[in-house]
Every structure is written in C-alpha cells, then in structure tokens.
Design a protein around this ligand. Structure first.
Ligand SMILES: CC(C)(COP(=O)(O)OP(=O)(O)OC[C@H]1O[C@@H](n2cnc3c(N)ncnc32)[C@H](O)[C@@H]1OP(=O)(O)O)[C@@H](O)C(=O)NCCC(=O)NCCS
Length: 168
C-alpha cells in the first residue's frame, strides 16, 4: 500500500474521480455529496496530514483503498466546526476504507501515522453518527473519548452525532 499526502491541488485533481467513487461506496447515505463538494472539502483539508491509501499495482489503473481528511487549526464549537486559529487542534473530517478492505488495519495505519505526525500536546476531534458503531469501535480502540452528544447533528438522516476527542 502507498500513502499519498493530499498536499497539492494537482494531486487532488488527479485522484478526484476515483476518490468520489470510493466516497459514495463508503458513505451511501450522503446523497448530497457531489464531485464539486468533495473537491471543496479536499481543498480545505489540503495539508500534510490528509492522505489517501493506494493499492500497489503494476498497471496504470489506480485503486484507492481509503482516505483520511484532516482540518488543521479547526475546533468544534456549538455552531459546528469552527475555524479558530488554534494550531494545536485537528479535526478528522473524514476517514474511510473500501468495504472489501475493512478490518485489515488500514484505518488504524492512517490514524497511527497521523498521531506520529502531529505529536504530543495536540487535540484531535471528530464527530460520528450515533449509529456508526464500527467507527466508534475504531475510535475507542485508539483511545478517543466520547465527550458530547450532539442532538440532530445529522439532520438529513434524523440522527444525533457524537463528539470524540483525543489529547495527545
Ligand atoms: C470505520 C472504518 C474507517 C474502519 O476502517 P478499518 O480499516 O476497517 O479499521 P481497522 O481495520 O483499522 O480496525 C481497527 C479496529 O477498529 C475496530 N473496528 C473497525 N471496524 C469494526 C467493525 N466492523 N466491528 C467491530 N469493530 C470494528 C476494531 O477494534 C478494529 O480492530 P481489530 O480488527 O483488531 O478488532 C471503516 O469501517 C469505514 O470506512 N466505514 C465506512 C465509513 C465511515 O463510517 N467512516 C467513519 C466516519 S465518522
């Protein structure tokens, strides 16, 4: 597997359509997502900690296995994800792995790389759906703590959100 950091617009453009296809497979309920919206998210998350995971292949066909999108300097506030200029805060905007490749440690690999990159003294936040139990197992395994319930955070599916935090 190859980690590719999403730190340039060229890279984002190069992988955009494959990433969009994978995103739709991993998040089938996110029917508001468009290619254009995904590109805006990626540009917002364009930094050294955001990455995609690509299968080694001899051919020219790109097979993306997963992705991790990080917002730097953002912090969750009552009104959603704020953009307070807090250099010690990181938000996991999204993490996903292709269903055929889950439970092989890929999400853990991406998270462990993130923890190494950003180092001690920082806080990482994320919000997940209350019914996304698989993701919650992943976060608990990596010592994230559930710190708050966010009523009706996911209005389009009528679900609450859970705010998780990890202090490094
Ligand atoms: C959540 C997700 C990213 C996990 O990816 P993954 O590569 O399968 O995770 P890992 O293989 O690194 O799993 C690490 C640990 O998380 C927990 N875990 C992950 N998936 C689990 C599942 N389906 N059931 C129970 N525990 C699970 C386990 O503790 C696992 O360790 P183990 O396999 O040694 O028991 C993946 O299921 C996914 O892409 N889901 C759809 C998108 C999504 O919901 N993303 C999260 C948005 S908040």
């Amino acid at each position: 597997m190859i980690f590719i950091q999403l730190n340039s617009e060229d890279i984002i453009n190069y992988y955009l359509s494959e990433l969009f296809d994978l995103y739709k497979i991993c998040f089938p309920d996110d029917n508001y997502m468009t290619n254009k919206l995904l590109k805006s998210i990626l540009l917002l998350c364009k930094n050294n900690n955001s990455c995609i995971l690509i299968e080694n292949s001899d051919t020219d066909t790109v097979k993306i296995i997963g992705g991790l999108f990080i917002l730097e300097g953002g912090k969750y506030t009552e009104n959603g994800y704020g953009s307070e200029a807090d250099k010690q805060s990181f938000i996991i905007f999204n993490i996903f792995v292709h269903p055929d490749e889950q439970r092989k440690g890929y999400a853990s690999n991406m998270l462990n790389q993130l923890f190494l990159n950003i180092g001690n003294g920082n806080v990482i936040q994320l919000i997940t759906r209350e019914d996304n139990i698989d993701a919650q197992w992943l976060y608990v395994k990596h010592k994230f703590k559930n710190v708050k319930k966010l009523k009706q955070y996911y209005k389009h599916v009528n679900k609450d959100g859970l705010l998780f935090e990890k202090h490094l």
